[in-house]
Design a protein around this ligand. Structure first.
Ligand code: NZQ
Ligand code: ZN
Length: 390
């Protein structure tokens, strides 16, 4: 195990009926609160009214920014940062899924500087994130893990970019994780969320560098949890056990615990972010289409042992079969889960993506050089993987 620093100072209130703590938590950071949210789902499920009531009860002053888009855009971040400055906001309250929380992270940082917040994201500028307003969030969709990680991903339609950035300054101070707030998530978004959190685990699990048995077991347990509970949550949206298991898995899949000092870059995420940058597709759907093809592409005699471990421990494939056969069966099981059980579309063609931008997206995905992930990938490799997805 390489050396690493483990530091996730996010306070979590998990479960039903925790919202009574919202006022006291916000008050620790000040009295002027900017609540951010998306296209209106929080109003439809009655959460908006509950939050406003708690804020009023605590005697706090409420400001609002709604309309944050899925695949959140830099313009929403600019608008939010401006509102924070004009209204001397003390603390941000993000109520929603990963898009709302991600945008709020960069609003929090943008509020503390006098330059364009895109400068934090732009790969050529990468302005340092030295300060950010405190963030509290109420999660409504289990997927990205933004509620417990230091990252955010922002799109800029003008430049055609969708880029992520990490900074410990962006970690939420407090996250309210109430599984009942996800009862209204549609079967499709539930499936995309499951594919996303599965991918967050796979990006770390598929690694030949070192053997971290304890973390591998933990990741296999989380993958089995997703396989078990995502279909239940799709069939029975208000099944608390299913929603709770998915919610806590989404947070732990990406909060840094499973990394254990591993340094390798992620592979499917950079490839997917290019798809959602140009075509505005749902992140988890893009990952679902890419992941089995990427696994197929990276399979050879040098990597097969990882696939065997995955196939046997996660999908229960017979360990006495020849390794290559287990590996192929593991990829089949993965595809079956994503495309048959979760019912996600399985090709780029089906979601309206053709080869016209493959070269361009591949170049950006590898950052103009090599993507040093599970298997090093160059531009042509990524083009090949996109083609396998057609
Ligand atoms: O906008 P509203 O009306 O709230 O509707 C949303 C949106 O249409 C809806 N929704 C959310 N909660 C709901 C609900 N509908 C009914 N009931 C509820 N309780 O679901 C739709 C999708 O929401 P969104 O926030 O976009 O989804 P998600 O949480 O999957 O976030 C995706 C974004 O996060 C980025 C993705 O790239 C994408 O931009 N990611 C962020 C990461 C991070 N911060 O670490 C890592 C991920 O890998 C990912 O890249
Ligand atoms: Zn993701």
């Amino acid at each position: 195990m390489n050396g690493f620093i483990y530091d996730i100072p996010v306070k979590v209130y998990f479960g039903r009926d925790q919202l009574g703590h919202l006022g006291e938590e916000l008050r620790k950071y000040g009295s002027r609160v900017l609540m951010t949210y998306g296209g209106g789902s929080i109003k439809r499920i009655g959460l908006y009214d509950k939050v406003v009531a708690e804020i009023n009860k605590a005697g706090l002053q409420l400001f609002e920014l709604g309309g944050i888009e899925p695949n959140p855009r830099i313009d929403s971040v600019r608008k939010g940062a401006q509102m924070c400055k004009e209204n001397r906001i003390d603390v941000l309250l993000a109520v929603g899924g990963g898009s709302t929380i991600d945008a709020t992270k960069f609003i929090a940082a943008g509020a503390c500087v006098d330059f364009d917040p895109w400068d934090f994201i732009d790969l050529k500028k990468r302005a340092p994130i030295e300060k950010a307003l405190p963030i509290v969030d109420i999660l409504t969709l289990s997927a990205t893990g933004s509620e417990m990680d230091s990252g955010g991903v922002i799109s800029n339609p003008e430049t055609g970019d969708k880029i992520g950035r990490l900074s410990s300054k962006l970690l939420p101070k407090v996250s309210f994780l109430d599984p009942t707030n996800t009862y209204s998530v549609s079967p499709y978004q539930t499936a995309c969320g499951a594919a996303d959190m599965f991918s967050h685990i796979i990006e770390v699990y598929f690694n030949m560098e070192q053997d971290l048995y304890m973390l591998d077991c933990f990741m296999e347990g989380m993958m089995k949890t997703i396989i078990r509970f995502a279909p239940i949550a799709m069939r029975e949206p208000d099944n608390y056990e299913a929603r709770a298991n998915l919610m806590w898995t989404s947070s732990w899949a990406i909060n840094g615990f499973i990394d254990g000092g591993r340094q390798l870059a992620w592979s499917c995420h950079p490839m997917e972010h290019e798809l959602s940058a140009i075509y505005d597709i749902t992140h988890g759907l893009g990952l679902a289409i890419l992941t089995p093809r990427w696994l197929e592409y990276c399979l050879d005699e040098t990597t097969v042992s990882k696939y065997v471990q995955f196939g046997v421990n996660v999908f229960g494939i017979n360990a006495t079969l020849p390794p290559m056969e287990i590996a192929h069966k593991a990829i089949e099981c993965m595809s079956h889960f994503l495309f048959d059980t979760l019912g996600l579309k399985s090709t780029l063609t089906e979601v309206g993506i053709d080869e016209s931008h493959f070269e361009h997206m591949a170049r950006k995905a590898v950052g103009g050089g090599t993507l040093h992930g599970f298997k090093p990938l160059q531009q042509q490799d990524v083009v090949n993987i996109y083609k396998m997805c057609e």
